[in-house]
Design a protein around this ligand. Structure first.
Ligand SMILES: Cc1cc2nc3c(=O)[nH]c(=O)nc-3n(C[C@H](O)[C@H](O)[C@H](O)COP(=O)(O)OP(=O)(O)OC[C@H]3O[C@@H](n4cnc5c(N)ncnc54)[C@H](O)[C@@H]3O)c2cc1C
Length: 468
């Protein structure tokens, strides 16, 4: 292990480990400091284990569709704990993969907590109790974020949980209140309700998935209501009282105050940055309420002739998404190496929620486009007019493209329905390389595929959809 590096990365989540690999590919000497698990929240507690659970939920949900597909099942035993076990295995497999990638790229992994003592010195409190000093021309802070909590409400990890406890909870709760109807809350609500738990979602805003296009929120709300998920919007959790066998929540809303009781509560109201207590203030790194401030190349304000301190991922508070962290990591590494890079358009970043129906979007909504003064053209195509979706028996939802009427620029895309998280990248690619809806229609889409709905929505921008 060396003492002097071109780059020391603090944190090995999808931001940090990807930045490290890209820097190593570009010929730099790299070390990564990680106090917990390689892969960070994403691989261990977030993206990956939730997606494994959602697959289990999908399989279990099919058991309710015997009438549609012509089967009946009796005496089936469903083991929720086994779903959790499978999700842990999937996570562990990927984490091992990251460890392999570190070795393959000659990246030194230092197991411990990193603190900056100067702009070029990282002190590591090693997990084995020792300390180690690493010198670096450049430091990339990729320390991520943790669950945000409600002031005055204690997370006991038992009755009142964050995702950290929920993701390893092997006993299916009989009843659960999910506080927050963003992607994390909706995904857990979907998993538990698919297994038969009595789920209530409480959202402070006027609709679930409040950052999505309103029609998308409506479509998902309809599907959740059909599955008997209780959804309370314009509702705020005021207090939670924990008893021996459950929790009682006081909720205020349009109808005044009411109480809810449940075996468990999941608080899923967003994340807060991990930036305290690691020397950032001492070395003068600027932040805004804990989010480290960066420029387009992920540089903080601390720079000199030798190098700079960079920050990427959730700790920067841009978009708390794994692929954004990774994309920022690549830009940071390329900037450090002096290689060609492309700055990020945060508005074009894909945002996905993997409940059923799935939700995928980027860019701005129709209303936001109009507020910004665009004359917009909308192309919308329903999956019920798509042969593949009908064959799958999964045809709720639509593709909506928001385009500027004059230039044809794709301002936003809003998808809800089957496998839309896999369909979105085509539209992201179009937006990134400034293709217009007309150009999308000229790419021939295979038949029958769900992707034909993208071409149809692009045709619909000119009121020329063929199949609807
Ligand atoms: C339940 C859930 C589901 C999610 N699903 C998705 C999804 O489907 N798609 C998606 O894009 N995003 C998803 N996310 C968000 C995603 O997990 C994060 O955006 C992503 O992990 C951020 O990556 P990061 O590298 O910035 O930080 P993290 O993944 O948080 O990694 C930071 C790492 O830094 C380490 N660290 C912190 N401080 C120090 C220190 N001082 N010294 C050493 N190490 C330190 C931590 O131990 C951690 O391993 C989900 C999140 C949750 C909670």
């Amino acid at each position: 292990m060396k003492e002097h590096y071109d780059v020391v990365v603090i944190g090995a989540g999808p931001g940090g480990y990807v930045a490290a690999i890209r820097a190593a590919q570009l010929g730099l000497d790299v070390a990564v400091v990680e106090e917990a698990e390689l892969g960070g929240v994403c691989l261990n507690w977030g993206c990956i284990p939730t997606k494994a659970l959602l697959r289990n939920a999908e399989v279990v949900s099919l058991l309710d569709e015997g009438k549609t597909f012509g089967f009946s099942v009796e005496g089936v035993e469903i083991d929720f704990g086994a779903a959790i076990d499978r999700s842990r295995k999937v996570s562990q497999r990927l984490v091992k993969g990251v460890s392999f990638l570190m070795r393959k790229n000659d990246i030194d992994v230092v197991e411990g907590a990193g603190t900056l003592s100067t702009a070029h010195t990282v002190e590591v409190a090693l997990n084995d109790g020792e300390t180690q000093t690493l010198k670096a021309k450049n430091v990339i802070i990729a320390t991520g974020a943790r669950a945000r909590t409600i002031p005055g409400i204690e997370i006991d990890g038992e009755r009142v949980m964050t995702y950290r406890q929920a993701i390893v909870l092997r006993d299916l709760p009989e009843s659960v209140v999910v506080v927050g109807a963003g992607p994390i809350g909706m995904e857990f609500a979907h998993v538990w309700s698919s297994y038969g738990a009595d789920v209530t979602v409480v959202e402070m805003m006027s609709r679930i998935l409040p950052l999505e296009e309103p029609d998308v929120s409506q479509q998902v709300a309809r599907a959740f209501r059909r599955r008997k998920v209780n959804m309370m919007t314009d509702a705020r959790v005021e207090a939670i009282e924990v008893g021996s066998d459950g929790a009682q929540l006081t909720i205020s809303g349009e109808k005044g105050e009411q109480t809810l009781e449940a075996e468990r509560v999941l608080v899923a109201i967003g994340v807060q940055p991990n930036s305290q207590g690691m020397g950032l203030e001492e070395v003068g790194v600027e932040n805004d309420r804990g989010h480290i401030l960066i420029d387009d190349h992920m540089r903080t304000n601390v720079r000199d002739s030798e190098g700079a301190i960079y920050a990427i991922g959730d700790v920067t508070g841009k978009l708390a998404l794994a692929h954004v962290a990774s994309a920022q990591g690549i830009v940071a590494a390329e900037t450090i190496a002096g290689a060609e890079t492309k700055t990020l358009d945060y508005e074009a970043m894909p945002r996905c929620t993997y409940c059923q129906p799935q939700v995928a979007s980027f860019g701005i909504t129709q209303a936001e486009a109009e507020e910004r003064g665009h004359e917009v053209k909308i192309g919308q195509f329903p999956f019920r007019a798509n042969g593949k979706a009908l064959g799958l028996g999964n045809y709720d939802g639509f593709v909506k493209i928001v385009a500027d009427a004059g230039s044809g620029e794709i301002l936003g895309a809003h998808l809800v329905g089957p496998e839309v998280t896999e369909l979105l990248p085509e539209l992201v690619l179009a937006r990134t390389w400034e293709l217009t809806p007309e150009e999308i229609t000229r790419a021939v889409h295979a038949h029958p595929t769900l992707s034909e709905s993208l071409a149809e929505a692009a045709h619909a921008v000119f009121s020329e959809a063929i199949q609807a």
